[in-house]
Design a protein around this ligand. Structure first.
Ligand SMILES: Nc1ncnc2c1ncn2[C@@H]1O[C@H](COP(=O)(O)OP(=O)(O)OP(=O)(O)O)[C@@H](O)[C@H]1O
Ligand SMILES: Cc1ncsc1CCO
Ligand SMILES: [Mg+2]
Length: 241
């Protein structure tokens, strides 16, 4: 929650961490987009998540789902599937999460993926087509698909996987980008993944390890210019690996 909220602030968005179901009806109309992140799932959070997903849908607001550790436990899988069937605008996960969401046996190491993002692209396409959501997979290469159209992003540094919740943070950043371009959530998601990866690249030149990369990533998201982004962006259309 800390890094997610700070990533949003550094990038110019305005986070609000609202979990209690009683607050959802009043708060959702004030949000430009809703993030449902099952990272530290419990029954109280779940009630808030279901209410928020319902409220966002009723208000035609974009909402995104981060299916962390899909397949990790029966409880988690059952409720992630229920949330996914509510048709989020975007589902963003790592390769193991997306493959498990498509029905494969979970292959994760805790919350971390043991699969490569390229190997989850078919699962992502299948989930996107079945549910009608945009699906994003992160990893060395990030992919975004709506089931037929695909975009590929090759920014970022490997050390990002040693900072907890960078995935959750980029999911939240994608929600903020979708709030700005609701007409093209696939493009907005690809741009969010790209901007996050470029910020990490800028930060990595002075980082000494995960902790200083985490600090530098927030600084770079705040200070990076449009020229920095355009100079380093590695983003393309199509699904050739
Ligand atoms: N090997 C890599 N090279 C470049 N970037 C990477 C690499 N691995 C992960 N990333 C980047 O790190 C971010 C998080 O991706 P990751 O796939 O680790 O998410 P996740 O496992 O869901 O994260 P978390 O569980 O920590 O929230 C993404 O922006 C992704 O592009
Ligand atoms: C480590 C961890 N455990 C539950 S959520 C989370 C953050 C990244 O997914
Ligand atoms: Mg990870």
């Amino acid at each position: 929650m800390d890094i997610m909220a700070n990533v949003l602030l550094a990038a110019g968005a305005s986070p609000a961490m609202v979990h209690f179901k009683e607050e959802v009806p009043e708060f959702t109309p004030k949000a430009a987009a809703v993030v449902v992140n099952v990272g530290t799932l419990n029954t109280d959070f779940l009630e808030g998540m279901l209410a928020a997903a319902e409220a966002a849908t009723a208000l035609s607001k974009p909402w995104v789902l981060d299916p962390i550790a899909m397949g990790g436990t029966e409880f988690r899988s059952q409720h992630i599937l229920r949330l996914a069937r509510m048709k989020p605008t975007l589902i963003r996960g790592n390769a193991s999460d997306i493959m498990a969401l498509n029905g494969a046996q979970s292959s994760s190491k805790g919350v971390d993926s043991t699969a490569k993002s390229d190997d989850a692209l078919d699962s992502a396409k299948s989930v996107a087509a079945k549910i009608g959501s945009i699906v994003g997979i992160t990893g060395a290469t990030d992919w975004v698909t709506d089931g037929s159209r695909c975009m590929k992003v090759q920014n970022g540094v490997a050390l990002m996987s040693k900072i907890t919740a960078t995935g959750s943070s980029v999911t939240a950043l994608a929600a903020a980008f979708i709030a700005v371009r609701p007409d093209d959530p696939l493009l907005a998601t690809a741009c969010a993944l790209c901007a996050f990866g470029v910020a990490a690249e800028l930060a990595s030149t002075s980082a000494q390890g995960p902790a200083s990369l985490r600090v530098g990533l927030l600084d770079a998201l705040h200070y990076a210019t449009q020229d920095d982004m355009l100079a380093l962006a590695k983003i393309s259309a199509g699904d050739d690996h």
